[in-house]
Ligand binder design. Structure first.
Ligand code: KIV
Ligand code: ZN
Length: 385
């Protein structure tokens, strides 16, 4: 099994979600939970962005010992100096420095030629490598960059001292096959590529962030970046919990694993949702309220007979106590009887059959039949006898 490192940027890219603003103690609480979850790297913030960011990155670097802590910096000395001050006392000071490489960014944002961008990147990486033991370099908007130019600049920054090369799909534009091909191209066309680790960083604008991250693993990436619950700029980043569970569940296919303690997923997801105020959609993979809920009669009957009929992930794996049978208009007799038993509502076979007819009529009018509804139904039936 190949080991895939998990780089969590909930506190940096995740905090860039519109409307999210975490305070010092909230960031600290999340970072401690991320450490428990077992993420390899925590991107704690952007130290040059504000005094608050600086203070929280410094505190997290001091407190967290079992995950490596990093901070983001643009390719300017001031940003890298601020990051060094914040991170220098950490267990493994690591800088994440980036520069945009795509034609659109070169022309409109940086106003630099291809050659100037290479020069800026190389001198930033040299400056960083003279201070930090570990330097990660990101080619912002890599996926809209000419492939031969991307390979060229990657080779130059490796020679300048970068140990991790990140290929962000900054605008969530790429498809899984194309993304995998970028990694394959770099592995074949960058002479020094074997000296570094390759990292994937995907945004979800077209809903492909998780699939793209997994395609990168197939193409040789050994680090995946993302956030808890997939929060982040615009439509968000790759949801790390789903990436990790996909790698675990389909280990037969990916032949790769992470060191995450998957049982901590639910707790981490709930904490991030509570502190950021970003509500988790019920149908969200792995952590949504409905991720382990079965509603239709056919599915409920199957799961009651043998869970694996409709469950590929055991709820217990990610720290959810049990699956749930939601009773509604699609539910069948088997789940209905089962729930009555769980609620210790004792009824005869004949009563149960009568109750099921009333239950179905009521369920047709309601989204969900609650336990209280069932108790009321049984009481009504037994009182009317
Ligand atoms: O999406 C992106 O390009 C980023 C970089 C700063 C890595 O978040
Ligand atoms: Zn990003």
């Amino acid at each position: 099994m190949r080991k895939i490192k998990i780089f969590d940027t909930t506190l940096r890219d995740g905090e860039q979600s519109a409307g999210v603003n975490l305070n010092f103690s909230e960031k600290l609480e999340i970072s401690k939970q991320l450490e428990k979850l077992g993420v390899d790297i925590i991107e704690a913030g952007f130290p040059a962005a504000s005094k608050g960011d600086f203070a929280s990155v410094a505190e997290i670097a001091n407190v967290v010992r079992n995950s490596s802590v990093t901070g983001l910096a643009r390719s300017v000395k001031g940003d890298m100096d601020a990051a060094w001050e914040a991170l220098k006392d950490g267990a493994e000071p690591r800088l994440h420095v980036f520069l945009a490489t795509s034609p659109i960014h070169r022309q409109f944002k940086l106003k630099q030629t291809k050659e100037q961008v290479v020069e800026t990147a190389v001198s930033a990486v040299k400056y960083a490598a003279a201070r930090f033991p570990i330097v990660q370099w990101s080619a912002e908007d890599a996926c809209r960059t000419e492939l031969d130019y991307l390979a060229h600049i990657v080779e130059q920054v490796i020679r300048a001292g970068a140990q991790i090369i990140n290929i962000p799909d900054t605008v969530g534009y790429i498809t899984p096959i194309e993304y995998g091909n970028i990694f394959r191209y770099l592995r074949e066309n960058v002479p020094s590529i074997d000296k570094v680790q390759l990292s994937a960083h995907c945004h979800d604008d077209l809903g492909m962030a998780i699939a793209n991250s997994l395609a990168a693993v197939e193409a040789g990436a050994n680090q995946i970046e993302g956030t808890i619950n997939g929060i982040g700029e615009r439509a968000g980043n790759a949801a790390l919990e789903a990436v990790a569970v996909a790698l675990y569940t389909r280990a037969d296919h990916y032949k790769a694993s992470t060191r995450l303690n998957l049982k901590e997923i639910k707790r981490t997801s709930d904490l991030v949702s509570k502190l950021t105020g970003m509500i988790i959609p019920p149908n969200k993979a792995v952590v949504g309220r409905n991720a382990f809920a079965h509603e239709s009669g056919i599915h409920q009957d199957g799961v009651l007979k043998e869970k694996s009929t409709y469950e590929i992930i055991s709820p217990d794996l990610v720290g959810v106590s049990e699956n749930s049978m939601v009773l509604g208009k699609h539910s069948g007799r088997h789940a209905f009887r089962n729930r009555l038993q769980e609620l210790e509502l004792k009824v005869s076979e004949e009563e149960a059959n009568k109750l099921f007819i009333t239950f179905k009529a009521l369920a047709d009018k309601k989204k969900e039949m609650t336990d209280e509804d069932l108790v009321a139904l049984v009481l009504e039936e037994t009182l009317s006898e």
